[in-house]
Design a protein around this ligand. Structure first.
Ligand SMILES: Nc1ncnc2c1ncn2[C@@H]1O[C@H](COP(=O)(O)OP(=O)(O)OP(=O)(O)O)[C@@H](O)[C@H]1O
Ligand SMILES: [Mg+2]
Length: 194
């Protein structure tokens, strides 16, 4: 899917600002990263603290049958990106959402005022994924995804530089500081022109 124009968020100084575009009254945040980096944990806490609507794309896809089939090798649903975007469009226009997904290049660019990429040390991520029972190609693929910073590259090639923020997600202290920082950012956000 094509991006939908440029994202707000730059104050022209090259420093990330929290004045967004899109005419929304509240910002939309995308939290992405390799599976196991802590997207859902982080999003739940930020959603509670900031009164944002948490949209876990994996759960939405299952609940609304927004998929084309099952990938046998990687043991996951093959999502239909167009159906997902159609489903989200109205909510994203209103704003006030925190979207949680291990992919980011198929959403329209102008949906998001902030794109957070969570990053986890490989040994910590390996432990989290094996304790979930991941093994074989599913484990290797996810570990490679983190080693090669696939989601960070995807975010950087899909969104304006000042919108993308990489954050460590190794320990509980990281979780607390990420949630605090994002909550403050939401509190201070003002739509462009308001
Ligand atoms: N910063 C952190 N410090 C310690 N543990 C964490 C941290 N973030 C997440 N975890 C733990 O790591 C595990 C994976 O977290 P979570 O389910 O939020 O990841 P996810 O990115 O949503 O994964 P998926 O893409 O598969 O949905 C959970 O057990 C969670 O408690
Ligand atoms: Mg999750």
């Amino acid at each position: 899917m094509e991006g939908g124009g440029s994202c707000g968020g730059s104050d022209g100084s090259g420093v990330a600002s929290n004045y967004g575009g899109g005419g929304r009254e509240r910002p939309n945040i995308l939290v992405t990263g390799t599976p196991g980096t802590g997207k859902t944990t982080t999003c739940s806490l930020v959603a509670d603290a900031s009164h944002l609507h948490h949209i876990d794309i994996g759960k939405l896809v299952k609940a609304k049958h927004l998929y084309d089939g099952w990938d046998e090798e990687f043991e996951c649903l093959i999502i239909n990106e167009e159906l997902v975007c159609d489903e989200l469009e109205d909510m994203m226009e209103v704003g006030g959402n925190i979207v949680d997904y291990h992919g980011c290049d198929f959403f329209p660019e102008n949906w998001f005022d902030r794109v957070v990429v969570l990053q986890t040390n490989i040994t910590i991520l390996h432990d989290r994924l094996t304790s979930r029972g991941y093994m074989g190609p599913k484990l290797t693929n996810n570990i490679d995804c983190e080693i090669f910073q696939v989601l960070h590259e995807e975010a950087r090639s899909s969104y304006a530089e000042e919108v993308v923020l990489a954050l460590p997600s190794n320990h509980i202290e990281d979780l607390s500081s990420n949630v605090r920082m994002l909550t403050e950012w939401v509190d201070n956000w003002r739509s462009a022109g308001s």
